[in-house]
Design a protein around this ligand. Structure first.
Ligand SMILES: [Zn+2]
Length: 235
């Protein structure tokens, strides 16, 4: 099991860790550490890229996955010598990618907040895709007049951006029943919300305040066959 340090600080781009093992897998070489700041792909957010360094030896991280036991697998390739079990290493993630992914992920959550502020009760949040290529949030349910809604929603969500709402993160499990979310087996439930809005079960990285997202553009709203997809981007 790997300590998931990225859960407690989005803006921690470098830390030291210890190599637990180096594995040869069918997906390539993987480095396992006692703790990590590398976000593993999941929850609609892409993995971090970066480097794991010990002296002149380094491991270029090309993809990151979290398994069902809570272990993070850093896949990639070695430069110079390989790392060994017990080595103390420095982890460095690509800062621009982490910040962009966090802003996009938080933007998806803030669109949910705007939908609830607008009292569009026909839309039930289903999933989010927060990749920089074509991000969207998807809902169960349909809405009428999607063209009108684009500017109404864009205005509302940017009011929430400008209010500079703090993001609250709660890992206590006492609220699980109350807000009706099932956490994955063996995992501590983690809830994320903008101040004053409903928490949402989420293991992603987020900005600390809504203004860090920047302006949100609602690009398209498609509502058909019982589902509504809201595509967005950020400036
Ligand atoms: Zn999320």
């Amino acid at each position: 099991m790997t300590e998931l340090v990225y859960l407690s600080d989005t803006y921690l781009f470098e830390i030291d860790a210890k190599v637990s093992s180096v594995e040869n897998t069918e997906n390539g070489i993987a480095v396992i550490l006692d703790k990590t700041i590398f976000y593993p792909q999941g929850g609609g957010q892409p993995y971090d890229l970066g480097e794991i360094v010990s002296g002149t030896n380094s491991f270029i991280v090309e993809s990151v996955r979290l398994d069902e036991k809570g272990t993070v697998w850093h896949f990639g390739r070695f430069i110079n010598e390989e790392l060994s079990e017990g080595d103390t290493v420095s982890l460095c993630i690509n800062k621009a990618r982490r910040v962009l992914n966090s802003r996009l992920h938080s933007a998806g959550h803030l669109i949910d907040c705007a939908i609830s502020e607008l009292k569009i009760n026909s839309l039930i949040p289903m999933k989010g895709f927060h990749f920089s290529e074509g991000p969207y949030v998807e809902y169960d349910g349909v809405v009428e007049n999607t063209n009108d809604l684009i500017s109404i929603l864009e205005d509302k969500v940017n009011i929430l951006v400008n209010l500079n709402l703090p993001v609250e993160i709660n890992t206590s499990c006492c609220n699980v029943d109350k807000i009706n979310i099932n956490a994955p087996a063996g995992k501590t439930p983690r809830f994320v919300n903008f101040l004053g809005f409903k928490p949402c079960g989420c293991g992603g990285t987020h900005v600390n305040y809504s203004s860090e997202i920047g302006k949100i553009i609602i690009r398209k709203i498609k509502s058909k066959k019982g589902r509504t997809k809201i595509s967005y981007s950020i400036l």
